[in-house]
Design a protein around this ligand. Sequence first.
Ligand code: MN3
Length: 241
Amino acid sequence: MNRKDFLKSGALLGAAAIVSSNNAFAQNLTNNNIDKLADANGNFIQQPLPYNETFLEPYMDAETLHLHYTFHHGGAVKGANKDLSMIKKVLDDNNIEIVDFWTKKLSYHSSSHILHSIFWTNLTNKQTQPKGELLKFIEKDFGSYDRLKVLIAETSKNVDGNGWGILAYQPYRNSLTILQCENHEKLIQWGAVPILVIDVWEHAYYLKYKNKRTDFVDALFNIINWDNVAQRLNEALKLVK
Ligand code: MN3
């Protein structure tokens, strides 16, 4: 499908196309398959971390990483599976007036699962820089890498309450875009494919950085895996080819 066809048909099948493409790119994206977020039956699964818990020291301490991955991300996966089964139960029991409660929960938990899965692969233990196609997009859409850094950092630091700063590819514009996501699912742009996500929930930094969210966000730039971000962009670009 070329870009024009994609945009024309996007209104009808945009969500489905993006979901299936995400799964396809997930399968070959990482050697540990961390983007494979559900099993063959559609139940959510949590992949192992792509590194051990001390790998991101000192910028992200092992205890924070352990608690974050095990209980916050892990809890979201359990929650999302419960939500799926409750939606089925509501339908089976013809108890449809409460279905909105569980669909909201599913939105929250499944979005958390997706973002956390991307987050782990977006990090590494060495400093990297954007290059190639990713750098070209950054320069086209934001002027320079330095300007993008300022923008994504400020966006992340200034999320109201818990949430995420997100760099995403927006296929409808063929451009990178910045999102300031509240909780895990609010203030999104439909169709946007997240390629870099920065978790600014307090659980992501409070043990080590206390109330200094800004220090945590600044420190993250030492461990962002721009090669992974570039790989995610390249896979997202296939949506419009
Ligand atoms: Mn988190």
